[in-house]
Design a protein around this ligand. Sequence first.
Ligand SMILES: N[C@@H](CCC[C@H](N)C(=O)O)C(=O)O
Length: 269
Amino acid sequence: MRIPFIKMHGLGNDFVVLDARETALPAITDAIAARIADRREGIGCDQMIVLEPSDAADFKMRIFNADGGEVEACGNASRAVALLHGTAARVETAGGTIALEPAEGGASVDMGVPKFKWDAVPLAYAMDTANMPVGWDDLDAPMAINVGNPHVIFFVDDADAINLAAIGPVIETDPLFPERINVNVASVAGEDHLTLHVWERGVGLTRACGTGACATAVAAIRKGIARSPVNVTLPGGDLTIAWEQGGSIRMTGPATEAYRGSFEWDDYS
Ligand SMILES: N[C@@H](CCC[C@H](N)C(=O)O)C(=O)O
């Protein structure tokens, strides 16, 4: 069975998108997703995205990390899917319903209301998520936020100087985070400008992470070191994040369709 796919990216965070809204796919397992995502043996991507029909919204978006694990949210893929869909849409995800608005060269997405309680992140035990009494090497006193998926955020003087490739996997898999965690290291470049690097759960270092930008901007606004809207500079480019206390997060930025292709299902199943 030949399966068509669309290769897309948001700021270099890349996706294989399978559109199963009209024609159903065979069941997708974590192992199949990991084989498709493999950059040496498969098509190669940070996340595999599967679009399916939904009873609760215009359609459903499922997200599989490169390690095959199915997760709740992906900011950059949300903009890519908005570009693909072409008109405004409400989309069901495992992390909640989001609202897409395509814009010139990309999209603006209502990512929903962030959650701050320790058991909503989730953490393994109760603590203040705005000033966590924990640390790893030079990184300490982080904040933790769930923006559909779980994030921990460290503010440092120079985010570019942190060896996130070394410390990221240690923090991602720390028992404090029962569902593992996306690790964000940021520095304040101005009151409306952050520099950010992200170690993504189930992937590793990425060129950009949309939910990481959302979580980090919200953390900085909450901490009083930035004000909305915040420009977040990632290795792959910039996103704009707007958030007011008690409201939902709006993320705006580019998305790109790279190419279309197809693969033989049996090669991956
Ligand atoms: N690249 C994404 C985040 C994808 C999911 C994340 N790795 C997780 O495990 O929660 C983004 O742009 O938000």
